[in-house]
Design a protein around this ligand. Sequence first.
Ligand code: NDP
Length: 424
Amino acid sequence: MNGFSKYYQKDQATRLEILKQQKKLTKAELEILKDPQLNFELGDTMIENYLTQYQLPEGLALNYVIDGKEYLIPMVTEEPSVIAAASHGASIVKRSGGFKSELKERLMIGQIVVEQVKDAKKLARLVKDSQAELLQLANAAHPSIVKRGGGAREIKVRILAFDLVSIDLVVDVKEAMGANMLNTMLEACADHLRSKFEAEILISILSNYATRCLVKVTCAIPVSELTKKNMPGEKIAQKIASASRLAKLDPYRATTHNKGIMNGIDAVVIASGNDWRAIEAGAHAYAARNGSYQGLSTWEVKDSKLIGSLELPLPLATVGGSIAIVPLVKVNQRLLDLQDAKELEKIVAAVGLGQNLAALHALVTDGIQKGHMKLQLKSLAIAVGARPEEVAAVVDGLLARQARDSATATQILEEIRGIKREEK
Ligand code: NDP
């Protein structure tokens, strides 16, 4: 895409103008990007005891090419350097042909848990025999999803303990995340189980462990693309593969490894108006699927290429929840040029892998601080009271003194302003 070179150096008006040209944004959409206010009525509809709008910055990740299509990706995050890293990781992958994605199915699972079961195997048999009836009941509880081509598809039974059974309903929720429609279906089925089998229902609710909504993204990077001045690409690739192995073996490292992945994933999930707690919960549960908590991504070196892959549950929606309500979310969907929920899931997974690549590339070479520091120092300068026109000078002063603490930042700011510190 043209116009995005040195995008970070441009002012807001120029950045918006470039976007307007590229995405053919309307005047109203540009206004929303300039001033994305929620009015009181909207806020009060969304949550309870509404007071005000909490603000987080939104920026654009660049360089993402996924299955041959190039994307501009809105990301909402308070953390400096996340968007820069996501864009940097993607630029390495872009030079190597971009990300490839795989998405087999997009189904949600909900559970009706029965307790005080006298004969779990018998209950499992009865439920299996009633499968058609239960699916029909579920669909009758939310008929509009059937009209859209979705609806309840399967019933599975899991015996959790001798007296505790989970009856899982698998539903095609089309473009929604499906929590509310699934919960309605589950409660309808639970009523039936209660009256037909005298089942003692413990809970009926969607599961956020969306293992029937898995997305996988991969990339293959010639090791030469990873080269840095102080280290050959082959060595960097091997170290990235070792770091990936480390995150499979050590939960202390795996947690931080995955936090880095979620830096990217959460930021796009929030910008798309989706429920990031649901995505977080599912991702971490999936990271522990083998019995120990492990890194979600895998990096290996094969035939002089660094091969990366990331698989996780990503039940993301393009409708429902706050998506239809928040005007900025609609604009973000336009920026992403989204066709459907599956496409959003691929994008989010790719950002997770791009983010992870950038973090590992930095960690195994210069360390994370070098790239982070300038951006972190900007935040420090603002935190000690620097005005926008003073920030660069405070950052330069901190770099020159190799300091990153607020006392030095304050001292530099006072020096810039010509204020003499009083001796204590
Ligand atoms: P909604 O309750 O908003 O339901 C989705 C809506 O989208 C439906 O009303 C549906 O209309 C409409 N729709 C329009 N077009 C489509 C389409 N193509 N495909 C599917 N639906 C379409 O949202 P969800 O049921 O998705 O639930 C998500 C919300 O639930 C989130 O806000 C989440 O935070 C919250 N939640 C999450 C829980 C969890 O994660 N454990 C638990 C409870 C709530 P129609 O009715 O005509 O079909």
